[in-house]
Design a protein around this ligand. Structure first.
Ligand SMILES: *[C@@H]1O[C@H](CO)[C@@H](O)[C@H](O)[C@H]1NC(C)=O
Ligand SMILES: *[C@@H]1O[C@H](CO)[C@@H](O)[C@H](O)[C@H]1NC(C)=O
Length: 980
């Protein structure tokens, strides 16, 4: 994908075999990858046989984040998948498969598409102007077996309903039915003869159902039926089911208070009413989707404490509906699914204890399999099942069910009650993540705190006692030395100590805390291939809503993590186990825009920032050590400091305001990372002079676009004074494409889509993805530190009085350069290492190539000489001649050939060893690896043969021991024998 295939093979073959081996060796050893789909939705998940003649079926789903994919039901491996919208979506969409067809049809937003069911290759993709409301496949058509797609659209902002019949071959429109009404199109359904469009007719919370009957061949209106009385239906959500493709498709809805269920057999004018048990909180209908199946359906009723079900039969001749049988109430929510095998219809009931298989004709279970104790970690909430009737002696059935649990896992339960696989699909849609150190022994932390709070003498005695006490661990420690030695020689990593998580000496072993929009949080063990250590639900988030996490703070000493939300909600849990210590559920109102992590006298704390940028008065011992920058309602930036008000409280004081200029809109803000060690304050040039870096910890980069003028302005602000330190403008920028900035050390960069001139041809303007890099120095001249030269401290609030230059003299000298990128990048991040000695890399996601790239900082150097060859002095500095285009080198793709989908954000953390930075990416997939921007200069590679090294040293020592006396004797002999 990155190179023409023949070229990359050629390059690979040209590499010495050892180099190839290193790559192979690293993949899967230092990195880990969860290939995810998102949580499957109830209506868009099914088993389907992609080849008519073969028994094997696959599982298809269109998930709640907008990934369409196929999964192997026996292994849980992903066969193919596509992120339909390019970015994560908030549920919705449609997915259908025609019986016996080798393709599946999907729809999302304004597009309808079809995909090869085995390979996932696109068959067609058509876009329309409205939004798709429903999709069905016409099982029976006139043209010799070609199945067509029916797509229902809401167009012209809800003022017209359009139904299109699209050819199953290429998506071309066979016919179109359009109606201009204020009715709300709901669903489309079909039986052998007719097509039905179901819409809501009426206005403002008092609707009834309208069924428009169309001719399958021409799409002409045959009839229009209005069912029930006005006020039967209050909202779209009341209509719970519209069957399709069955011999007698039905539409079912409930009244507002869930007391009555009303059912209409499509095509008839009458509706039938059934009463629901008291206390029903939700009702679902399950019915077969095959024309040849018996017209039976099941109503699943949930109450606060349990669930039950009723099975109904439809009489094909009269359209009468009768209740056939009911199923007893059971604890919990339970999950039902329907499967059909020609005429037979089966219902599968899954509870926490068992799987029960029923036929639609009788309430006697035809199979019941207990689930293995504790197999299903959490309750199944919905699922799909495949029932296979085995031929042979007697009647026997095989059932497997793919269920979604209330902890957002997707689990395949086999008939024997075993879990075949479990996919942590809930990790998609993550909204925040942070690295955490593995908590140290809690007792030690407590003891240390105790020592800190007592007087010096007592603390000293306490400490000596503690060390004496520690001696009892000495024998165990001595005992462990041989195993540690062998593990270090063999390169196996110790990740557990006494069954507990333990840190390692390289600092690779950390945790990642991940919070998702569905209200779950996860703890991943980075040192152990990203294994999910625990997961827990913070809050129940309603469908369509999301948990808006504004900040995560990990308190290393207490071993606790705090997650702050936007609706005055928070949750505090143990970092090591995920056990919730304290939680407050979200309120109805959004009140927090973001959270600021500030350093205070009592450690780091998260301050909630309100919608208009205000901060409520924090307690006095939370005095932030820095100015907090917030954003007001008008988009302006404000610098807030705190002054002591009434003893116990602090009151916020706005010290400066930066109004983003008229017409401009802030698109990205970047600051230096919290951990941004700088090893050297200057850069040594080829001629041994030094350019001093402008290292302002309070600098902030703000990118603002002007939609009308198509410009991007990048401002560098001082967050203490609000002063603009530098700004630059880029023309012809497309504000619709992502713009992102990153900052580290003494440089910052922004990526955007804009125009640039071609040097040899001033008239030619080309558009492309660009990255603008700027370096900040203290002065234009090498060996000069500008006005800051002799001062050992400096305050931007109190500028130095340099004659002739005024306060502005402390502005940085900025060197900038723009590069054109071969591919768009997003999720910018910079590597972090412990001391900042290693070079830095710009990390980014490649949305087109589904990979994560590490661009060496040297490549993006703004000082690369333009239009001339490098001088020997520059070469010594490592500079290369400027070339405007940076192609993505496959060797710099850190995810190698893995297909990493939908990355929204990348986070980094330093390891203990200087060479390495840890990387973690999330969005749809979860991916992590280690990055060594200056190579592994402080670690021996896995391929390094320590045994040989030790063997050689031993052999040499033995040689020295053996040969030493001989040599000495020989020397003495020579002296004696020497002629006088
Ligand atoms: C993705 O969704 C957004 C919002 O619904 C829409 O504007 C955009 O056109 C969609 N993109 C694609 C490629 O479908
Ligand atoms: C998340 O934010 C949206 C508005 O942006 C709000 O409507 C919703 O209530 C918030 N959700 C939660 C759970 O806080």
């Amino acid at each position: 994908m990155l190179l023409p295939p023949h070229l990359s093979t050629f390059l690979l073959l040209a590499l010495p075999s050892a180099v190839r081996a290193v790559f192979q060796d690293e993949v899967g050893h230092i990195d880990y990858h969860y290939e995810l789909l998102g949580v499957p939705q109830r209506e868009t998940t099914f088993f389907h046989r992609p080849r008519r003649d073969e028994k094997a079926s696959l599982l298809y789903t269109l998930s709640d984040v907008g990934v369409l994919g196929a999964v192997h039901p026996s292994s849980g491996a992903v066969l193919w998948r596509h992120l339909l919208n390019g970015t994560l979506t908030d549920g919705g969409g449609f997915l259908r498969a025609g019986e016996g067809e080798n393709w599946v049809a999907g729809a999302l937003g304004k597009s309808v598409h079809a995909w090869d069911a085995v390979s996932g290759r696109n068959k067609f993709w058509v876009d329309f102007s409205g939004e798709v409301r429903d999709l069905e496949i016409m099982e029976m058509t006139e043209n010799g077996g070609r199945k067509d797609v029916l797509a229902l659209f809401d167009e012209e902002d809800g003022s017209s309903t359009v139904l299109r019949r699209l050819s199953g071959d290429d998506g071309s429109v066979v016919w179109e039915f359009k109606e201009t009404t204020k009715d709300i199109p709901l669903q489309v359904s079909t039986n052998v003869e007719k097509v039905f469009v179901i819409s809501l007719h009426g206005n403002a919370a008092a609707y009834n159902l309208k069924v428009t009957v169309l001719d399958t061949l021409s799409g002409k209106r045959l009839d229009e039926l209005v069912i029930g009385t006005k006020g039967d239906v209050h909202s779209k959500e009341d209509v719970m089911f519209v069957g399709a493709n069955s011999a007698a498709p039905i539409v079912a809805w409930t009244d507002n208070s869930l007391q009555k269920l009303r059912v209409n057999v499509l095509g008839l004018k009458t509706r039938q009413e059934f009463s629901l048990p008291a206390g029903a909180v939700s009702v679902e209908i399950h019915a077969p989707h095959l024309v040849q199946s018996l017209p039976h359906f099941l109503v699943h009723i949930k109450t606060a404490s349990g669930n039950s079900a009723d099975v109904y039969h439809v009489d094909l001749k009269t359209g009468g509906i009768t209740k056939a049988y009911d199923l007893p109430v059971q604890r919990g929510t339970g999950a039902f699914s329907t499967s059909s095998d020609n005429a037979n219809v089966y219902f599968t009931r899954i509870t926490n204890e068992e799987i029960v298989l029923l036929s639609s004709t009788s309430n006697a279970a035809i199979g019941c399999w207990p689930l293995k104790e504790g197999e299903l970690r959490s309750a199944a909430i919905y699922g799909v099942s495949e029932v296979v009737k085995k031929t042979g002696s007697g009647e026997s059935f095989a059932v497997r069910s793919a269920v979604v649990t209330d902890t957002d896992d997707w689990v395949l339960v086999r008939k024997n009650g075993e879990i075949a696989w479990s996919r942590p699909e809930g990790m998609t849609g993550a909204v925040a993540a942070a690295f955490a150190e593995i908590p140290e022994n809690e007792d030690l932390v407590k003891t240390l705190e105790q020592e800190a709070h007592s007087n010096i003498l007592a603390a000293y005695i306490h400490r000596v006692n503690r060390h004496i006490n520690d001696l009892k661990y000495l024998p165990a420690y001595l005992n462990s030395i041989p195993s540690r030695l062998t593990s270090s020689i063999l390169g196996t990593e110790v990740s557990f100590k006494d069954g507990k998580l333990a840190r390692d000496s390289f600092g690779f072993h950390k945790l990642v805390i991940l919070a998702t929009r569905r209200g779950m949080f996860y703890g991943l063990d980075v040192g152990n291939k990203g294994k999910v250590l625990w997961s827990n639900r913070a809050f129940d988030i309603a469908k369509g809503d999301k948990w808006n996490v504004t900040g995560i703070h990990i308190d290393e000493s207490a071993g606790e993590t705090t997650v702050l939300g936007s609706n005055k909600d928070h949750v505090v849990f143990k970092t090591e186990t995920g056990k919730i210590v304290d939680a407050k559920a979200p309120e109805a109102q959004v009140s927090t825009r973001s959270a600021a992590l500030v350093n205070t006298l009592s450690g780091q704390v998260l301050l909630a920032v309100g919608l208009d940028g205000e901060i409520s008065s924090p307690p006095a011992d939370w005095t932030p050590g820095q100015t907090v920058v917030t954003r007001g309602l008008g988009g302006e930036l404000k610098g807030v400091t705190f002054v002591a008000a009434d003893g116990a409280k602090l009151s916020p004081l706005v010290t400066w305001t930066f109004p983003v200029p008229q017409g401009q809109k802030t698109v990205s803000i970047a600051t230096r990372p919290a951990h941004d060690s700088v090893a050297s304050i200057g850069r040594v040039l080829g001629d041994r002079s030094v350019k001093y870096k402008y290292l302002n910890p309070n600098a902030l980069v703000l990118a603002a676009v002007d939609d009308a003028a198509l410009t991007l302005t990048v401002y560098l602000l001082d967050t203490v004074t609000g002063q603009i330190l530098y700004s630059s403008k880029y023309e012809g920028v497309d504000a619709g494409k992502p713009i992102e900035c990153a900052m580290s050390e003494n440089w910052f960069m922004c990526s955007f889509f804009g125009q640039y001139g071609v040097r040899d041809d001033p008239d030619q303007i080309v558009k492309g993805y660009q990255i603008a890099v700027s370096d900040m120095y203290e002065s234009d001249q090498p060996n000069e530190r500008g006005p800051l030269d002799d001062s050992d401290s400096y305050s931007p609030l109190d500028p130095l009085d340099v004659p002739g230059a005024g306060g502005a003299s402390t502005l940085p000298s900025v060197v900038s350069q723009t590069y054109v990128l071969g591919a768009p990048i997003s999720a910018l991040q910079v590597t972090q290492t412990r001391q900042g000695i290693s070079a830095r890399q710009l990390l980014a996601y490649l949305p087109d190539m589904h990979g994560i790239v590490g661009l060496p900082r040297m490549l993006l150097e703004p000082r690369r000489p333009v239009g001339r060859d490098v001088t020997p002095a520059e070469m010594e500095e490592g500079l290369i001649k400027y070339h405007p285009v940076i192609e993505i080198d496959p060797k710099s793709v850190l995810s190698h050939e893995r297909d990493v989908l939908g990355v929204e954000k990348i986070i980094t953390s330093p390891a203990v060893v200087e060479s390495t930075s840890l990387l973690f990416a999330y969005g749809v997939d979860v991916f992590g690896t280690r990055v060594a921007p200056s190579f592994l200069f402080d670690i021996l590679g896995k391929g390094f043969n320590k045994v040989t090294l030790i063997g050689t040293v031993l052999a040499l020592s033995a040689g020295v021991f053996a040969l030493g006396p001989m040599v000495r004797r020989k020397q003495i002999d020579t002296r004696w024998n020497a002629p006088m």
